[in-house]
Every structure is written in C-alpha cells, then in structure tokens.
Design a protein around this ligand. Structure first.
Ligand SMILES: Cc1cc2nc3c(=O)[nH]c(=O)nc-3n(C[C@H](O)[C@H](O)[C@H](O)COP(=O)(O)O)c2cc1C
Ligand code: SF4
Ligand code: SF4
Length: 385
C-alpha cells in the first residue's frame, strides 16, 4: 500500500504531467497523499532530507530512447537513500494510423533511471513506459485531439493496472512492457552502440539549432518565460524582442506547442543547410584547402582521428552558422523563405489537451513564491493565491 509519495516530473507538452496527475488521483483515491514536483526547480536533497518520504517517483518523456538530458542530470544529483522505494516511469510517443495504434519505444530510458537509483541505494518497486500521443513536433504533424484521447484512454487503463499491482505490494519488473523496451535497447545498442551519446550530445544541439521564430512572432517572451531549461533568450533587435535558442534547449517542444501565434518553427530547409555546413563536405573541403597550402601535411586516414577532427569542427561551425542565420532571418523575405520551406509550417501543434501552460509552470512558480515568502515572511494567504 502506497500511503505517501513524492513524484518528480519533467514534461514538455504535458503528457508526463498528465500521467503524474493520474498517479496522484489513483493513490489519493486509496487514501494516500502525493506531492508533485517539476524538476526544474525541485531540490530533492533538501526535500528528501527534511521529510519521511515513503515512495519517490521519477516521471519523464523518452527522448531518443533515453531520459532527457536535464532528467539525467537530475537523477545523477539525486541523494543517496538506502531502502526508499522508487518507481521510474517514462512516457513515449504513440501514433494512430487508421485503426492502428503504433506504440512508442522508450528503449533504455527507464532502465537507465532505475539503474542509477539502484546504485544510490533505492529499492526499485517498478519501472514501466506508457504510450502517450507523440510530440516530436519538429518531425511530424501533431495528433488530432480525438486520436490523442484514444491513446490516453488506453494508457489510463494500463496505468491503473500497474498502480493496482504496486498498491498490492507487487513489483513491476518482468512485464511485456519491459520486454518490448529491452528489445529496443538491444537492437539500438547492437546497431549503433553510441546512439544515446550521439543523440544526447549532438542530436539535441543540432535540433535545438533548427528552431527559429517566423514573421508572426510578436516578441511577447512567453516561450522564454515558460521554458523549463531557460533555453530561450529574448534579444532586442531594433524595436522588437526576438527569441534566440541557446544550447540548453533539449527539444521538449513546449515553446513550439504553446506559442499563441504559431510562430516557433523547426526549419527543415535550414536544417539541411546546417547539416552541410557542420558535416562532412565542409570538413573535406577544409582539409583539401589546407593540403594545397601546407606542403607535407599528413593525410589523416585513421577513422577515430577523422571523427575527432569532425567533432572539433562541428561545434564552432554550429555556433557561428546559427548566429549568422539568426541575424539573417530578421530580414523579412529571408525569414519568409525559410518559413515556407519548413514542414512545421503545415504541422498541427500538439500539447496534451487538458494541460495549459500554467499547469506546467505553476508548480515551479508556487515553489518560487514559497521560497520568496519564507524569505520575506509574507502572510500565508499570499502563497495560496
Ligand atoms: C526530442 C524528442 C525525442 C523523442 N524520442 C522518443 C523516443 O525515443 N521514443 C518514443 O517513444 N518517443 C519519443 N518522443 C516522444 C515523447 O517521448 C512522448 O510524446 C512523450 O509523451 C512526451 O511527453 P511530454 O509531453 O511530457 O514531454 C520524443 C519526443 C521528442 C520531442
Ligand atoms: S515565438 Fe511566440 S511565444 Fe515566443 S516571443 Fe514570439 S510570439 Fe511570443
Ligand atoms: S527552448 Fe523550447 S524546446 Fe527547447 S527546452 Fe525550452 S521550451 Fe523546450
């Protein structure tokens, strides 16, 4: 029986937040109490030391078959605690095609989280992944609301069965759900052994640098204020504030999903240009150019040295080209050109239908307010409001 739980959540477009709310409802319906915390402002060290927590939960979306980078950092920072029960839950992106529901795959995501917690002394009571509507808005159109609801209805039933098992003191280890994820993990590590590292380091950087605001942007700054990673800087250009995506962006898609003006795009044509600038052809030209000018320069044949050189080239190339692109798209016709040649212009924006932006940022703001209140000793009603 779970009588008290503390759930740490990360959620870009509300799917994981919704799952957190469902778990809270289910435990509270059985007489328990649950606290929900967003990880961007949570301080697990103080929280876990200051109270007797019966069970903790880590809830996050799968990103590239792993937990998102900010969740990984959060888990690694997590305090050591012997014997505290814990659950790890990933949400994954599912689609509906006609009558078919295509499940997502979170791969190594929950195994990774559970492994780190295990090493820190926690007692893993269960790990599982749940299908929610896919939210890779930079790659595909967002699901229609009725399809999202179909996926979520099934997931709710699945989650109920998992929670019933936990409530009855059973563990969730050897399930079909985990077998599916284990299979994906094996396939992935077999085919591309360093995939998670490549995705976490380069993939997210590259994808973050595909983001830009189109001419519809009014400079309201909502995207910057609501980004959990503070990854958007508003920079003044002339009379207008313009969003600039920094390297903290981990492509959670919140800014894209919630911008009222539908002004956030992931530039596909720009992505192709960026790929060519940062990848092989330019490195090849540079080495040819250098060889013509520097007599006796050795030809690098070793695969790993070539890879290393590409890595050293990749970062500065990415930084400089995005800056340049960002200035160029301030010119309206150039912005229009890139906007009209990106598929996200045609994509529906998705976020979990019931979840408003304030739900995702409110917990964080409440906490900030509490801390402020503690500092300034304000009366309690201020925090309630
Ligand atoms: C950058 C990115 C990478 C993703 N990678 C995966 C993945 O590897 N496997 C998967 O099933 N879903 C993947 N998804 C889909 C999300 O995990 C899924 O839609 C999740 O429920 C989103 O939760 P959130 O709204 O709480 O952020 C990815 C989504 C994004 C934006
Ligand atoms: S991209 Fe959207 S949310 Fe961000 S500043 Fe522009 S209009 Fe506002
Ligand atoms: S910039 Fe947008 S996509 Fe990137 S982390 Fe922030 S809200 Fe998510």
């Amino acid at each position: 029986m779970i009588d008290q739980a503390l759930l740490y959540m990360l959620s870009g477009t509300g799917n994981t937040f919704r799952v957190g709310c469902w778990i809270k409802e289910m435990i509270e319906a059985d007489g328990g109490t649950v606290e929900l915390e967003m990880i961007d402002e949570a301080g697990p060290r103080e929280q876990l030391n200051s109270k007797e927590t019966r069970m903790i939960g880590l809830l996050f979306p799968a990103h590239g078959f792993m937990p998102p980078w900010s969740m990984i950092k959060f888990i690694l920072r997590f305090p050591v605690r012997r014997g505290t029960p814990a659950i790890c839950v990933a949400t994954r992106g599912s689609f509906i095609i006609g009558p078919l529901k295509i499940p997502g795959a979170s791969g190594f995501a929950t195994f990774f989280a559970a492994l780190v917690l295990l090493l820190k002394g926690y007692r893993i009571k269960g790990l599982f992944s749940l299908d929610m509507p896919a939210n890779m808005l930079n790659l595909h159109w967002g699901l229609k609301e009725h399809n999202s609801v179909r996926i979520m209805e099934k997931t709710f039933v699945k989650l109920k069965s998992f929670m019933d098992r936990l409530q009855n003191g059973k563990h969730i280890y050897f399930t079909l759900n985990n077998l599916w994820e284990a299979m994906w993990s094996v396939i992935l590590f077999w085919l591309v052994p360093v995939f998670p590292v490549i995705y976490l380091v380069f993939g997210r950087m590259f994808m973050g640098k595909m983001m830009f605001s189109n001419n519809q942007c009014v400079g309201c700054g909502l995207c910057a204020k609501s980004c959990g990673n503070q990854a958007i800087k508003m920079i003044r250009v002339g009379s207008k504030q313009v969003p600039f995506w920094t390297y903290h962006c981990e492509n959670c898609m919140r800014c894209m999903a919630y911008c009222n003006k539908k002004a956030v795009e992931a530039g596909h044509s720009w992505g192709v240009v960026l790929y060519y600038i940062t990848a092989v052809p330019v490195v090849f030209w540079i080495s040819l150019w250098l060889r013509e000018r520097v007599p006796g320069l050795p030809v690098v044949q070793n695969y790993w040295i070539q890879e290393l050189l590409t890595v050293f080239y990749f970062l500065p190339a990415l930084i400089i080209s995005y800056r340049l692109f960002w200035y160029l798209i301030r010119i309206k016709p150039i912005n229009t050109l890139f906007t009209y040649t990106t598929l996200t212009r045609f994509f529906r924006r998705y976020h979990e239908p019931q979840t408003r932006l304030k739900h995702l940022t409110l917990l964080t703001r409440k906490r900030q307010l509490k801390t402020k209140k503690a500092k300034e000793s304000l009366p309690d009603e201020t925090v309630q409001n």
